[in-house]
Ligand binder design. Structure first.
Ligand code: DX5
Ligand code: ZN
Length: 219
């Protein structure tokens, strides 16, 4: 399977959101990565349902929604109705993770689990077969534009081994500080999906940046 690029809309220009969504549509990007933050689970508030609704109205690609919120079960149905295709919840925010994953799937979405940088991948050993995608946070969640945490390579390698050993098809997504400097090494370690916010949106030619990141990941 091709390695996928998911630009993070968090780094877009919100005053020109339709323009930036259409740029992603035109580009070689595979998914839209949408970061929802509640100001409780993480020390930042991004945007909520009305903005997501308008993004989905214009987006023509898979909607990969990353919830950085407490008690995500309360909103699973709403995110399904809004058109999310993949819904990722944080391990650290779910007391009954298995139940949450079943709830997400019962609403027709793929179920993702995100791990903070300090959270061990070993904690997923008994539930990995129920997870469609693991999102390894390579920065502390809450903000775009942070530096990549190097320990992530080792986590990807060990997670990939776990997935292979269990015979699962779970995807590995990397979120935070992804650039042309680490993309290749992440893919070599076993990553399937690379999220990139600042690296794409702060570049001079965003479509070209997406194209070259995708080629690098698939070279
Ligand atoms: C951080 C978010 C990321 C963020 C990535 O909490 O989950 O998706 O937008 O941004 P960059 O690529 O700038 O680190
Ligand atoms: Zn994210």
């Amino acid at each position: 399977m091709s390695k996928l690029i998911a630009p993070s809309v968090l780094a877009a220009d919100f005053a020109n959101l339709q323009r930036d969504v259409e740029m992603i549509n035109r580009s070689e990007a595979d998914w839209f990565h949408i970061d929802i933050m509640d100001g409780v689970f993480v020390p930042n508030i991004s945007f909520g349902m009305p903005v997501l609704r308008d993004i989905v109205k214009h987006a023509t690609k898979t909607i990969d929604c990353h919830l950085m919120i407490v008690d995500p079960d309360r909103y699973v149905e709403t995110f399904a109705q809004l058109g999310c295709n993949i819904l990722t919840v944080h391990y650290e925010a779910c007391t009954h993770l298995h139940r949450t994953l079943q709830l997400i799937k019962s609403h027709g979405m793929k179920a993702g689990v995100a791990l903070n940088p300090h959270t061990s991948i070993d904690l997923l050993k008994d539930v990995i077969q129920d997870i469609d995608m693991v999102c390894l946070m390579s920065v502390n969640p809450g903000f775009g534009g942070q530096s990549f945490i190097e320990n992530t390579y080792d986590k990807v390698t060990r997670l990939k081994e776990m997935i292979t050993a269990k015979g699962c098809v779970t995807l590995i997504e990397i979120d935070g500080g992804v650039t042309d400097k680490n993309a290749r090494q992440l893919v070599d370690a076993g990553a399937d999906v690379l999220v990139a916010g600042s690296y794409v949106f702060k570049s001079a030619n965003q479509e070209v940046t997406i194209k070259s990141l995708r080629s690098l990941a698939n070279s």
